[in-house]
Design a protein around this ligand. Structure first.
Ligand code: FAD
Length: 435
């Protein structure tokens, strides 16, 4: 049996600039690329339609095509990772398994389990930083503790950054070390329990002007002034290193958003209790939510009677994307106006967003609920009408998504703003003063 090494793709779908793949190809020969559809992850999504599953599936096919140009392939399985490796180790002589780090609690546990098993077989396991510029303990306060406030975190991030940190991992020169094989093991979407969602994916190439003007226009949901790169950053189809280089030279405001992403990844890594459904600030778990199911259904469907909220939800339902401004408005509305547990909204977004990412989604929801790190104060309740005046003055965005506005087909507001605001502040205050 020929000795092989493994490169395990997870959220890093690139064979050009990929830290783990680069090290695998540099250090070993006969590198076999693999991908595992993990039922534990797939079961978190509603079936049969899910945009992210479709995106992953399409990108695995693309990777396979690209690898075939280099006489290699990707072995794809639908299995528990541990089972998969046990099976693989019985079929091949494996020297080492390479992959890229993932900072979510479940992923860390999965990797530990796999690494322990591989050790029993004397197979080495290597994991590399790929999806962020800084991770784990790269950016810490002077007392060695993680930052929980964004501004000082971003200051330290910028002070720490050196050009080597965004150096690309050029895998191209090493493709000779790919294992030459043709895999015919590829489950269909149907095998995974999903059906095809027809989707157009956002472009990876964004203009210099977009980055330059980002600070000026990014808050107006009617404009196409943000990058839509979320899904590409989530799955490594766009290189964070390349993007940071461009942002550094073209737009500080855009760079700050990329740093927000790393901030939330760092929070996820250092405060794993948030992955167990708990508030970052545990005091907020004393809030007694109203959790009215009919009102939740109206929010999901974009029928709250608040045009900007409904426009945001309809954009999400129709496209899998929602502008950041309306993510904040819709989330705040659910949590503060309707007093529905932020975890319901978090789960809804997780299932609908093409760019869903646990760290940013949880961070965004907890920010809006007031329970997160560096969150908006609990007594700040977004006023949907004022938000519309400020960010969609001509109602362009609203009219695009709520064409029946102004007719008797459009629902009456679910709740009065002033009443809801007072009620939210009262409930929050009571919960937070509990000893
Ligand atoms: P741009 O505005 O072009 O920004 C570029 C990139 O920077 C984004 O693609 C993203 O990777 C990162 N970024 C921008 N803003 C933020 C932010 N506030 N926090 C973290 N990273 C940011 N972002 C996700 O990637 N996945 C999510 O699941 C997600 N859920 C959210 C839920 C709520 C309630 C809120 C308020 C925000 C959420 N965000 C999430 C953050 C933000 O809304 C999106 O990243 C952004 O709207 C995506 O659009 P874009 O790709 O055009 O981003």
């Amino acid at each position: 049996m020929k000795e092989i090494s493994i490169f395990w793709f997870r959220r890093d779908f690139s064979i050009d600039d990929n830290a783990g793949l680069f090290h695998a190809l540099k250090q070993t020969q006969n590198v076999m690329p693999i991908f595992i559809f993990d039922p534990n992850i797939l079961n978190m999504f509603e079936k049969p339609l899910n945009r992210q599953v479709q995106f992953i599936y399409d990108n695995i096919l693309r990777l396979n095509d690209e690898l075939q140009c280099h006489k290699s392939s990707i072995l794809v399985s639908y299995d528990q990772p541990l089972n998969f490796f046990q099976n693989l180790a019985s079929r091949y002589r494996i020297k080492a398994v390479y992959t890229n780090e993932d900072y979510e609690l479940a992923a860390i546990k999965r990797d530990q389990e796999v690494e322990e098993y591989l050790k029993t077989k004397s197979i080495l396991f290597y994991s590399f930083k790929n999806q962020v510029i800084f991770s784990k303990d790269d950016i810490l306060k002077s007392d060695g503790r993680p930052y929980t406030i964004f501004t000082p975190y971003s200051r330290k991030w910028k002070e720490t950054f050196k050009s080597e940190d965004s150096k690309m991992y050029d895998c191209k020169v090493l493709y000779n070390n790919l294992y030459r094989f043709e895999s015919n093991e590829m489950p269909t979407l149907d095998d995974l329990g999903f059906s095809c969602t027809k989707l157009e994916y956002p472009q990876i190439d964004i203009s210099d002007d977009l980055i330059r003007d980002y600070g000026k226009y990014r808050d107006f949901p009617a404009l196409e002034a943000t990058s839509h790169l979320g899904v590409h950053l989530r799955f490594g189809t766009c290189s964070i290193r390349k993007l940071v280089e461009r942002a550094k030279s073209l737009g500080e405001v855009f760079l700050n958003e990329l740093i927000w992403r790393e901030f939330y990844q760092s929070i996820t890594y250092h405060f794993p209790h948030i992955a167990k459904g708990l508030s970052f600030n545990k005091k907020y778990d004393n809030i007694i939510w109203r959790d009215n199911e009919d009102e939740f259904a109206a929010w999901c469907a974009g029928k709250t009677g608040y045009p900007i909220v409904d426009a945001g939800m309809r954009q999400l339902n129709a496209t899998g994307f929602m502008h950041n401004r309306t993510r904040m408005i819709t989330a705040s509305f659910l949590v503060k106006h309707l007093l529905i547990d932020w975890r319901w909204g978090e789960a809804y977004f997780a299932n609908k967003l093409l760019d869903f990412d646990f760290a940013s989604n949880n961070g965004g929801w907890q920010w809006c609920a007031g329970s997160g790190c560096d969150a908006s104060p609990y007594f700040r309740v977004f006023n949907p009408e004022l938000q519309t005046k400020k960010f969609d003055r001509n109602m362009e965005y609203v009219k695009r998504w709520v064409p029946e506005l102004g007719t008797n087909l459009y629902p009456k507001p679910l709740v009065d703003h002033d009443y809801a605001r007072k009620r939210a502040i009262e409930i929050y205050k009571n919960a937070l003063t509990v000893e």
